[in-house]
Design a protein around this ligand. Structure first.
Ligand SMILES: *Cc1c(COP(=O)(O)O)cnc(C)c1O
Length: 370
């Protein structure tokens, strides 16, 4: 079976570094918020060209921490997308905000033109969480324009798009803060849960550090009602020694595979991914659209190709959201987002795919007929 993600192969190739990492932490005698987390923060600062990086427990918390740093008030509206991991919206609700959903465009990312209209008509909206979905960079020029015109406070959800660029600028550079997940399936994943927040603002960085550690400013001095959301030393050590040194190589392999798919899948029944203008994508996923998605998925499975669906249910259709009708708002129709929920299929895309496996996926896609 050609897998969507192959963690056994990853472990096989990184085993020595992972053992060294665990050993180093054990030998150090320091298990939480120590030298390894600090080094991880320094490494990601220089990788992403930002002033501050702060490790935390997961991507959901990274988003919640960022919203709380911006002092969101109960019921304040946050513009966001209905097509993402549920965590994007869950973070807004947990921080006390009210998600306001706008449709995506043909790329699957939130439609910035629709956002512009929504913001014109709803001047009270101050917060915006765009998601760099599938590894694509949303157009940062347009995002910056929107931010300045409407004086928005932006948190970029970069969970799927570490190192993606829009016209040579990294995602995460336009927002007040950016949130990353280190969940194993992400382009930079650890051996369990992890996340981090980046920002160029000193005060925001200090407040994230405080909020991730019970809201304490010094030991046993609690200034805010914080979270327990710390990145483990063991996870940071594994990232520093095993995964971060491989990120550039893994990302370029992802780009290579995406290029092969784009150039060689030629079945008229399959619509290849559309990419936002100026995006240098890091291809977290390879999302195709197919009107007979379920048949194609069954066919590929029978041929030994595992696929995924991102996402089968829009966030606006999730039961958890409907517990309270006043929980959220939808502006306009969500017709593009619905199309993704109905027709999207993700082909295998990970750094350990061989050329022969990529070729097999391409051939099977091309051979499929109704
Ligand atoms: C994975 C993901 C998250 C949540 O990250 P966790 O580490 O799983 O909490 C948030 N947003 C997006 C877009 C994601 O893909």
């Amino acid at each position: 079976m050609i897998l969507l993600n192959d963690f056994k192969q990853q472990y096989g190739s990184l085993k020595n570094q992972i053992f060294e990492a665990i050993d180093a932490v054990g030998q150090s005698g320091w298990l939480v918020l120590g030298k390894e987390v600090q080094q991880f923060e320094e490494l990601t600062q220089s990788l992403l060209n930002c002033y501050y990086s702060i490790g935390c427990a997961n991507g959901l918390d990274a988003l919640e921490l960022a919203l709380r740093v911006l002092d969101i008030k109960p019921g304040e509206k946050v513009l966001t997308t209905p097509l993402s991991a549920f965590a994007t919206t869950l973070a807004i609700l947990r921080a006390g905000g009210k998600p306001v959903f706008v449709d995506v465009d043909e790329t699957g990312l939130i439609d910035l033109k629709q956002c512009e209209i929504a913001l014109q008509n709803n001047q009270e909206i101050r917060f915006f969480i765009p998601v760099h979905l599938f590894g694509h960079a949303i157009n940062l020029g347009q995002l910056k324009h929107l931010k300045e015109k409407h004086e928005l406070l932006i948190i970029e959800d970069c969970a799927q798009a570490i190192c993606a660029k829009s016209k040579e600028i990294y995602v995460g550079s336009i927002g007040e803060l950016a949130a990353y997940s280190l969940y194993p399936t992400k382009n930079l994943g650890c051996y369990g849960d992890g996340g981090f927040v980046t920002t160029n603002n000193f005060d925001y960085a200090e407040k994230v550090k405080c909020l991730r550690d019970y809201g304490q400013t010094a030991k046993y001095e609690h200034k805010f009602l914080g979270l327990n959301s710390r990145l483990d030393e063991v996870q940071a050590a594994i990232l520093n020694r095993a995964l971060l040194p491989k990120l550039a190589e893994f990302t370029s392999r992802r780009k290579q595979i995406a290029k092969l798919y784009l150039e060689n899948i030629t079945n008229d029944l399959i619509q290849l991914p559309r990419i936002p203008l100026d995006s240098d994508s890091v291809w977290h996923l390879f999302p195709i659209l197919c009107e007979n998605r379920d048949e194609l998925q069954t066919f590929l499975k029978a041929k030994g190709v595992q696929t995924g669906v991102h996402y089968p249910t829009l966030i606006t259709d999730q039961i958890a959201l409907h517990q309270n009708q006043n929980n959220y708002e939808i502006i306009g129709s969500l017709s593009h987002a619905k199309k993704f929920a109905q027709y999207e299929l993700s082909l295998p895309l990970h750094p350990f795919l061989t050329d022969a496996e990529v070729e097999k996926v391409i051939n099977q896609c091309n051979q499929w007929e109704l």
